[in-house]
Ligand binder design. Structure first.
Ligand SMILES: Cc1cc2nc3c(=O)[nH]c(=O)nc-3n(C[C@H](O)[C@H](O)[C@H](O)COP(=O)(O)OP(=O)(O)OC[C@H]3O[C@@H](n4cnc5c(N)ncnc54)[C@H](O)[C@@H]3O)c2cc1C
Length: 487
């Protein structure tokens, strides 16, 4: 009762809004992107300022309630929500301020990918971020931040220059090269939710005034293993302006699985045909289909995710009124490769996709690619990502070649049996390919089932991160199942 009263009092003093379980929109406000996590927070505070965050922390300390921050709500592991927690939702902190010399942008912590690109587009500038329109920039930066500009300009966290963060004592801190440099180091790859609630971030801007050509290159499934082998060499050998990812994905039962490469080239579109020819020569087979379209940088996320949707529909359903991007349950394992995989490992990946394709529980007759597909997604992560020293930021995987994801997706209405089968498919394949994995994993794809996760995510930077956690949050106020333990 004291907690409920305290929360009512908090609601009276915050500039933003507290969403209570009794509110009509609570069932929307409590949700996150991954439908695996159906939790019931004590309340969701839609903060309007850093002062609001300070008040929430004061309330939480007084009433011994766990606080979790939420930006885009895309945590693979559901760590931006929880039963009985207070969710600090920063989505109202959406200010965008470009510096006078147009070298930097100050973003409120509620920034998400597409609105940020759109706000910066009049300047023909961008931050280096991902392709999914709805991912939160704060969560993305905290894990590193892979994206189509990564080979050219580095990770999202590499262009971060300043952070405002409310710490575990409710103090507003500034972190940058010259102020709280240890904290600033940790906030670049040390993971969301560990050190405080970020209220704003400043990034260096990069030019994106060149044409962007997005190509989807499909190969016959029979050549899938060869496609992976050839892609590993090709994707690494092409210039930094060319980003690509490879997907082995289940499709409708009658269609059979697909082997696709998505490529985005920043520069003269006339060069793209040559790159595709090089890839085809390396595979030794002509693509079954090549679709290419050239446009502006700002259209890349919508081209990937929102084709045929109106702008107001390019949001996740259930979370955003009118949103039409399907929301489903998701489980993924990841591995960061530092060199090409041998053919035995690749054949295991191909065989697992074929097995999933044949399984009627995982690939039902009324298959929907948005909610039933399982896939192997391999994203190139070399180039400028590797030009930063391992200990220069908390993100340690600077020798990466690519990030591999084994991902299961199933309907939010799926039975326990379907959920278990999907979890097993990804988990068993991950175990099977153990001899070929590096053991490092991408924190942005945080995995509640991963063993030895501290080493997998942080490697050589773990000890320093634990010391910084002890310095800024000694009593582990900001905690969740995969948070950094204080030293
Ligand atoms: C569909 C999809 C596409 C993706 N695409 C990419 C991609 O292209 N590149 C890539 O690198 N990653 C990608 N990811 C992974 C993504 O980067 C991570 O899931 C990231 O954590 C999402 O951030 P968020 O703000 O949306 O999530 P949230 O769930 O809101 O937050 C993630 C974590 O950060 C914490 N956090 C959130 N806000 C704050 C804050 N203000 N202060 C402190 N901590 C905070 C949360 O507590 C949580 O622990 C994708 C994920 C999905 C689901």
């Amino acid at each position: 009762m004291a907690r409920a009263d305290g929360l009512r009092k908090l609601a009276e003093v915050v500039q933003g809004r507290v969403v209570f379980p009794s509110d009509l929109d609570y069932d929307r406000e409590r949700l996150i992107w991954n439908a695996r996590f159906e939790t019931r927070p004590l309340g969701v505070v839609k903060v309007a300022s850093s002062e609001d965050v300070r008040r929430v922390i004061g309330f939480a300390r007084q009433h011994d309630v766990r606080v979790v921050a939420r930006n885009g709500g895309h945590s693979f592991g559901g760590y931006s929500t929880g039963d009985g927690v207070i969710v600090v939702d920063v989505s109202r902190l959406t200010d965008v301020e470009v510096s006078e010399d147009r070298s930097r942008v100050h973003l409120g912590a509620g920034a998400t990918v597409l609105p940020t690109y759109q706000a910066l587009w009049p300047h023909k500038l961008a931050i280096t971020a991902g392709t999914c329109p709805t991912v939160g920039i704060t969560g993305l930066t905290a894990g590193g931040g892979l994206g189509v500009l990564g080979r050219l300009y580095g990770l999202t966290c590499d262009s971060l220059t300043h952070v405002e963060i409310v710490d575990a004592d409710g103090e507003l801190l500034h972190a940058g090269e010259d102020r709280n440099p240890d904290l600033f180091w940790a906030l670049r790859g040390g993971g969301g939710g560990n050190f405080g609630v970020v209220v704003s971030q400043t990034f260096r801007l990069v030019p994106v005034d060149m044409p962007f050509t997005h190509s989807t290159i499909a190969f016959p499934w029979q050549r899938a293993a060869r496609v992976v082998t050839a892609w590993q060499e090709w994707a690494h050998g092409v210039p930094g302006e060319l980003w690509s990812a490879l997907m082995l994905e289940t499709q409708a039962p009658e269609a059979g699985p697909s082997a696709l490469i998505e490529a985005v080239y920043a520069g003269d579109p006339a060069r793209v045909g040559g790159f595709v020819d090089e890839l085809a020569a390396a595979v030794g087979t002509a693509p079954s289909e090549v679709k290419s379209s050239t446009s502006e940088f700002v259209t890349v996320p919508t081209d990937f995710y929102c084709k045929g949707l109106r702008p107001e529909e390019c949001h996740t359903e259930d979370l955003f009124p009118g949103g039409k991007l399907p929301r489903s349950a998701y489980y993924a394992k990841s591995d960061i490769a530092t060199g090409p995989w041998p053919s035995a490992g690749i054949e295991a990946l191909v065989a697992a996709v074929e097995e999933r394709q044949r399984d009627p529980l995982l690939t039902p007759t009324d298959f929907d690619p948005h909610t039933d597909a399982g896939k192997i997604l391999i994203e190139i992560a070399d180039g400028a990502v590797g030009s930063v020293a391992t200990d220069a930021t908390a993100f340690p995987h600077r020798d990466a070649l690519f990030v591999l994801q084994i991902a299961s997706r199933w309907r939010k209405t799926g039975s326990q049996e379907v959920a278990a089968a999907n979890m097993s498919w990804a988990g068993e394949l991950y175990s099977e390919v153990e001899p070929y994995r590096s053991g490092s994993a991408y924190l942005g794809y945080i995995d509640p089932e991963l063993e030895d996760w501290e080493q997998a995510y942080y490697g050589a930077n773990l000890a320093r991160l634990r010391q910084i956690k002890a310095q800024y949050d000694p009593d582990n106020f900001f905690r969740f199942a995969r948070s950094i333990p204080p030293a």
